[in-house]
Design a protein around this ligand. Structure first.
Ligand SMILES: N[C@@H](CCC(=O)N[C@@H](CS)C(=O)NCC(=O)O)C(=O)O
Length: 368
C-alpha cells in the first residue's frame, strides 16, 4: 500500500504532550506528512473517544478515515505497512532491545516527567496555562479555576496520587539525573542511540525528553547545565529525515546502554512485577519499593501488564541464537529474573487485543 493512501494523517493531541511529541518525532523522521490538531475537551474529545475507545492523546486519523490510538502499536503498524525507511532495526537483537528501551521510556520515565511538570509551581503554571488555552476552551468555567482544576487532577492522577510522597521526591528526581548522565555519555560519543541515524530507541526517549524534560522549566535548566549533548540530541532528532540524510546503525548492542539496562532491571521491571501482583489481586493501589524509592499508594495499571506480556512475546519471537545473546545481556544487567518472575500474567487477549484500532485499557486511569 502506498503511503499516500493513508497520508497526510491528522494527529489529535497537545503541543506539550509526552506521547503526542513521541508520535510527531516518529512521523517527522519517517517522512509521514501530518497536521497536529488540538484534542480539546468537548466535541473533539467526544469524537476521539467514540472512534478509538479512549480520549487519551495522541489519536491519529488516517487519510482514509480510520482512527488509531497508542503510539507503540501505531508505530509497529506503520513499520509493518510501510517498511522503508525502517525505524525499528532489522537486526533481531537490536529490535528487541530497542522495544525494551521504548517501553521503559514510555512507562517509567513518565513518572519523573509528570513529577517535574506538576510538582513545581513553575512547571504547573506553565503547563496549566498552556493546556487550558490549547484544549480547555470549550469548558465553561473561569480560566483561573480551570487551571487550578487541571493542576489538581494531574497531581492526584500522576504525582502525589500515584505513589510519590514528599519524602520520596529526591529519589524520583535521581531517576532523571541518572538518565541524563546515561544519555549524555552516549550522545557525547555519537549522534543517536544506535549510531549515526535514529531508531525506535531514540523515538522512545523523545517521549519524556522532547515535550517534558527539555521543555518544562525546572528539568530543562538542569538538562542545559548538566547534559548539553542530550539537549542537542533532542533537536537533532526533531530535525532528522531518514529519506534525505545518510547514516547507518552500529553493530550489536552498544556497551554504553549497560547503565540504562541496569536501571531497567533494578527499577522498572521490579515495579512491573509489583503492578502485576496488584492487578492479579484486584488492588487498585499498591505500595512498592524500586531502586531505593518507596512508592506508597501507586496506581495499578492493567495496561502495563500488557506491556510486560509484549516484552516477553518480543523475546520469544527471537530466533534461537538471538534469544541466547539477549538472555545473556538481560542476565548481566539484572533484567532476566524480573522479566520472567511471574509464571502467568493476569491478562487475556481481550485486553489491548484490538490496538492500535481500539483502546481497551489506558496506561493510568486517573478515575480508577
Ligand atoms: N500508551 C499510550 C499513552 C497515551 C497517554 O497516556 N497519553 C496521555 C497524555 S501524554 C493521556 O492522554 N493521558 C490521559 C489522561 O490524562 O486522562 C500511548 O503510547 O499513546
Amino acid at each position: 500500500m502506498p503511503l499516500e493512501s493513508v497520508a497526510p494523517v491528522t494527529i489529535y493531541g497537545s503541543s506539550i504532550s509526552y506521547f503526542t511529541g513521541k508520535l510527531e518525532n516518529y512521523c517527522r523522521i519517517k517522512g509521514i506528512p501530518y497536521q497536529l490538531r488540538a484534542l480539546s475537551a468537548g466535541p473533539v474529545m467526544a469524537r476521539v473517544k467514540e472512534q478509538t475507545g479512549s480520549s487519551q492523546m495522541p489519536a491519529m486519523q488516517l487519510a482514509d478515515g480510520r482512527w488509531l490510538s497508542d503510539t507503540t502499536p501505531i508505530i509497529q503498524w506503520f513499520e509493518r505497512e510501510f517498511p522503508a525507511p525502517a525505524v525499528i532495526p532489522a537486526n533481531p537483537l537490536q529490535r528487541f532491545f530497542s522495544l525494551l528501551l521504548e517501553d521503559y521510556a514510555d512507562e517509567w520515565l513518565w513518572r519523573p516527567a509528570m513529577h517535574y511538570r506538576w510538582h513545581y509551581p513553575a512547571g504547573a503554571r506553565f503547563a496549566s496555562y498552556h493546556l487550558v488555552d490549547e484544549i480547555g476552551g470549550d469548558i465553561a468555567l473561569p480560566a483561573a479555576l480551570k487551571r487550578r482544576l487541571i493542576t489538581r487532577r494531574q497531581r492526584q492522577g500522576y504525582t502525589a496520587g500515584d505513589g510519590i510522597t514528599k519524602d520520596q521526591v529526591p529519589g524520583v528526581e535521581a531517576i532523571y539525573r541518572r538518565t541524563l548522565a546515561q544519555l549524555e555519555a552516549i550522545f557525547q560519543a555519537r549522534p543517536f542511540l544506535l549510531g549515526d541515524r535514529p531508531s525506535l530507541a531514540d523515538i522512545g526517549f523523545s517521549g519524556p525528553i522532547f515535550r517534558h524534560f527539555a521543555l518544562d522549566p525546572v528539568p530543562a535548566e538542569i538538562m542545559r547545565r548538566e547534559a548539553p549533548a542530550v539537549w542537542e540530541w533532542s533537536a537533532r532528532l526533531w530535525n532528522f529525515r531518514l529519506q534525505d540524510q545518510p547514516g547507518g546503525l552500529s553493530a550489536g548492542i552498544p556497551a554504553d546502554w549497560g547503565p540504562i539496562l541496569r536501571e531497567i532491571g533494578s527499577n522498572y521491571l521490579p515495579y512491573l512485577c509489583a503492578n502485576n501482583d496488584a492487578v492479579a489481586a484486584g488492588r487498585k493501589r499498591f505500595d512498592t519499593e524500586a531502586g531505593g524509592v518507596r512508592y506508597r499508594g501507586a496506581r495499578w495499571s492493567p495496561y502495563r501488564v500488557w506491556c510486560l506480556r509484549q516484552l516477553r512475546n518480543h523475546f520469544t519471537a527471537l530466533p534461537a541464537a538471538d534469544q541466547a545473546s539477549a538472555r545473556a545481556l538481560l542476565e548481566r544487567h539484572g533484567c532476566w529474573e524480573p522479566l520472567w518472575r511471574h509464571e502467568s500474567l493476569p491478562i487475556d487477549d481481550t485486553v489491548c487485543g484490538r490496538l492500535p484500532f481500539h483502546v481497551d485499557a489506558k496506561m493510568i486511569d486517573v478515575y480508577d
